[in-house]
Write a protein that binds this ligand. Structure first.
Ligand code: ADP
Length: 572
């Protein structure tokens, strides 16, 4: 694996760990927040319930106080007609009655629920009555079990008429019935229940355990040292708060929120109890959503890092290819530079050779001409001098010719190189050209004692070409053959090969080494041999020949064996 890939995967793994850790921490925090909010919400509900029941109790109390004022001047016999509508309109009031100033219940409604004729003093139930009479204030009694079932409290309101104590109007408030009405719906069905206890821990209402009314929880539901007992004792101390406890009967943890209910002299405590699994379910649903979110984030990271790795490797590959290409290009241009350098060096060498050769070739004839002229000037008109003069003029002629040949060669090669060598193309007889060339070289050949044989197929061979230029080629090749042949013969053979005339000019001279065969057609190139130096020359002849043959759309090559002779082959 490449470093880049490894680094990307490491970063991805690190990101995943960070995201997972962050998710875990957030989960915990969110769990705590959800739990807190849940219990706070429960406490709010409990307060609402408490306010509701307080309002109800206060309302009933005020109703009885208003009733007492209403009937202050009524005779006891007429009171029932006032009690009846109040009783009927107000739920939770289970009876209304009147105790006269002697402490005897004289009237009430409904008649069957009021102990008419009961003497409070005789039954020792006169404490609240006495207090009301003495203070002139309304009293409420501690909740007590009612004869007709349930639990209730009495409200007693003293009546004074013109400053004279007339008695006490009392009503029985059925707390359990009212609580059932006001507290039962605080918590939705099946999600928990509400209960209310007195300051000494007796149940006034219990939505889930009706049978508990009037009984104490501690001892029935839990032991003194249980966590529930702690909550209950907080409730009995009129505190507000929330708590957890393990419910033995249902085998589950429950959350309780409790708050005090104040009714005149009494302070009770209302509480809501819900299973802790509710909050757990809520937390778990939040967890599930968070885990899903984290999983999506991780998937995105993985997919993202996968694509990054992919993109990186592609870039890498592209970069490597690019580097490879550039290296190749560099190598190529390096090689090109090297060969250009070699060519330049070769050109430089050629230039030097050219300069030395040209200066030598130009100077030699000039020196001969100068010398001849000097001698000519000193010669008299004697017969001997006249002969010498003829010879000297001959030398001057040959040297002028030699120089003009050199200049012509230079002009030709320059035209060939610049593409300015013009050909006068016309139908010509190749054999004629060859015969003319041989003729012009015959003297030289005879002088050297070398014979020139021509081997031509048929009488004539018509081709299209520049007669003078072709003669120039053959004269040059025959001249070379003569120059580099000491003895033997020169043979010129023409054959049609694959529809093209092939001319072979062979000699029996010194030959050309194999490594020189390709180079002799280069300008100014001469094979470095004693004979070459002896016979002189410019090294331009073969270059011009090749230029002319190429100009005719043909080719020229050399075949040779050192010491046995050379053959120049032209295909037109
Ligand atoms: P030049 O003859 O003026 O030196 P050329 O271009 O005609 O220039 O020939 C180049 C060289 O090729 C000669 O110097 C010689 O070394 C070699 N050469 C040409 N023709 C022959 C031949 N027939 N036999 C041997 N060497 C030859």
């Amino acid at each position: 694996m490449s470093h880049k890939k490894f680094a990307t995967l490491a970063v991805a793994a690190l990101l995943i760990v960070v995201v997972a850790w962050f998710g875990h921490v957030t989960n915990q925090e969110v769990g705590e927040i959800v739990q807190r909010q849940f219990t706070e919400q429960q406490l709010l509900l409990t307060r609402q319930a408490a306010v509701g029941i307080e309002g109800f109790l206060e309302e009933r109390t005020v109703l009885i106080e208003v009733l007492a004022e209403e009937i202050a001047d009524e005779s006891p016999e007429n009171m029932t007609s006032h009690f009846m509508p109040v009783y009927c309109r107000s739920r939770g009031i289970s009876s209304i009655g009147f105790v006269n100033s002697e402490g005897v219940i004289v009237t009430g409604y409904p008649v069957e629920d009021v102990a008419i004729g009961l003497d409070l003093y005789a039954t020792n139930k006169n404490a609240s009555f006495d207090r009301a009479r003495d203070t002139g204030e309304t009293y409420t009694t501690n909740p007590l079990l009612l004869v007709q079932g349930g639990i209730g409290s009495h409200i007693g309101v003293p009546i004074y008429s013109d400053g004279e104590f007339k008695g006490v109007v009392f009503a029985t408030i059925d707390i359990s019935t009212l609580s059932e009405r006001y507290l039962a719906d605080v918590i939705p069905e099946g999600r928990g229940h509400v209960y209310m206890i007195t300051r000494i821990g007796r149940s006034l209402y219990d939505g889930a355990h009706k049978e508990m009314i009037g009984k104490k929880y501690i001892g029935s539901f839990c032991t003194n040292d249980s966590s529930y007992a702690e909550i209950l004792s907080e409730q009995m101390q009129e505190k507000e708060g929330t708590g957890y406890y393990f419910d033995e009967s249902s085998g589950e943890w429950r959350i309780v929120a409790y708050t005090p209910v104040v009714w005149r002299d009494h302070v009770w405590s209302v509480a809501t109890s819900v299973p802790a699994s509710d909050v757990d379910a809520l937390v778990h649903s939040v967890y599930r959503k968070q885990i899903l979110f984290i999983a999506i984030v991780i998937a995105i990271i993985l997919a993202g890092s996968g694509s990054i790795v992919h993109i990186f490797s592609r870039w890498n590959r592209e970069l490597e290819n690019e580097v490879e290409r550039t290296t190749e290009d560099l190598k190529r241009s390096n090689t090109e530079l090297e060969s250009a350098n070699t060519r330049l060096k070769e050109l430089d060498r050629l230039k030097s050779e050219f300069v030395s050769m040209v200066s030598h070739e130009l100077k030699t004839p000039l020196t001969s001409i100068k010398l001849s002229m000097d001698i000519l000037r000193s010669l008299s008109g004697s017969e001997k001098d006249i002969r010498t003069k003829d010879e000297l003029f001959g030398i001057v002629d040959r040297n002028i010719e030699r120089q003009s040949r050199l200049v012509n060669d230079l002009l030709d090669i320059s035209r060939i190189e610049t593409g300015n060598l013009k050909f006068n193309l016309e139908p010509v007889d190749l054999y004629d050209i060859i015969r003319e060339s041989v003729r012009s070289m015959r003297d030289v050949a005879e002088e050297k004692g070398i014979s020139i044989h021509t081997d031509l197929e048929g009488e004539s061979l018509e081709i299209t070409g520049d007669r003078d230029r072709l003669v120039q080629v053959f004269v040059n090749l025959i001249g070379n053959a003569l120059k580099f042949t000491e003895k033997g013969e020169i043979r010129i053979q023409v054959r049609m090969v694959a529809g093209h005339p092939e001319i072979r000019i062979s000699d029996t001279g010194i030959g050309i080494p194999p490594d020189e065969l390709g180079r002799i057609f280069g300008k100014f190139h001469q094979v470095d041999s004693g004979l070459t130096r002896e016979v002189g020359g410019t090294g331009l002849g073969l270059a011009i020949c090749r230029g002319i043959i190429k100009g005719h759309g043909g080719s020229i090559r050399a075949e040779s064996e050192v010491g046995r002779g050379s053959t120049f082959v032209i295909v037109l």
